[in-house]
Design a protein around this ligand. Structure first.
Ligand SMILES: Cc1cc2nc3c(=O)[nH]c(=O)nc-3n(C[C@H](O)[C@H](O)[C@H](O)COP(=O)(O)O)c2cc1C
Length: 157
C-alpha cells in the first residue's frame, strides 16, 4: 500500500514525530511549509499538525480542505502535537472536517514539546501563563506514538 506522511510544524515537535513514523513505515514524507502534494498518488495518508491557540497549522487546514474529497476515498490516520492532551476530542472535532475524523483509521495526540527560548513576545507570555497553571510536564507521548504506529502498520502490512 503506497503510504505517505504529510505534516507542518512550527518548532519541530511535529516534524520529529512525522519522521519517526516515516522511518518506521519506510514511506514518503512531505512538509506542507515547503511543498504541496497530491494525495491521489497514495493509498494511505498520515496527517500531522501542531496545535496552537486551539488550532491546527494553517497549511494543514488549507491542504485538508483543498483535498478533502480525495482524502475521503483513501485510508487516513491523523495526529496532533499538543500540550494539553485532555482536549483531544475538541482539537479533532473543531479543526478537521467531521467526515474525515469519522473515516480516519485512528486519531491520536502525541503530546508535545515547549521550548520557551524559541517563543517571542505575546506568545511567550501566553505559553508561560498556560504552563504555570498546568499540572503536567509537556513532553512527547511515546506510548501514544507507538500505539498509533501499531494501528497503522497492522493496516498497511
Ligand atoms: C504559542 C503557542 C500556543 C500553543 N497553544 C496550544 C494550545 O492551544 N493547546 C495545546 O494543547 N497546546 C498548545 N501549545 C503547545 C504546542 O502544541 C506544542 O508545543 C507542540 O509540540 C508544538 O508543535 P511543533 O513543535 O511541531 O510546532 C502551544 C504552544 C505555543 C508555543
Amino acid at each position: 500500500m503506497k503510504t505517505c506522511v504529510i505534516y507542518a510544524s512550527k518548532t519541530e515537535a511535529t516534524k520529529k514525530c512525522a519522521y519517526k513514523i516515516q522511518k518506521a513505515l519506510h514511506c514518503d514524507i512531505f512538509d506542507l511549509d515547503v511543498e504541496d502534494i497530491n494525495p491521489e498518488n497514495y493509498d494511505f495518508i498520515v496527517i500531522g499538525s501542531p496545535i496552537r491557540m486551539g488550532m491546527i497549522h494553517k497549511n494543514v487546514k488549507k491542504w485538508v480542505h483543498n483535498n478533502l474529497s480525495v482524502l475521503l476515498r483513501k485510508k487516513t490516520a491523523l495526529f496532533v502535537c499538543c500540550g494539553f492532551e485532555e482536549n483531544k476530542e475538541k482539537y479533532f472535532q473543531e479543526n478537521f472536517p467531521k467526515e474525515l475524523v469519522s473515516a480516519a483509521l485512528t486519531t491520536e495526540t502525541f503530546g508535545g514539546e515547549i521550548d520557551l527560548k524559541k517563543q517571542k513576545g505575546i506568545e511567550k507570555m501566553i505559553v508561560k501563563k498556560a504552563l504555570s497553571t498546568h499540572p503536567k510536564e509537556v513532553k512527547l507521548n511515546e506510548e501514544n506514538i507507538n500505539l498509533f504506529l501499531e494501528k497503522v502498520q497492522s493496516e498497511i502490512l
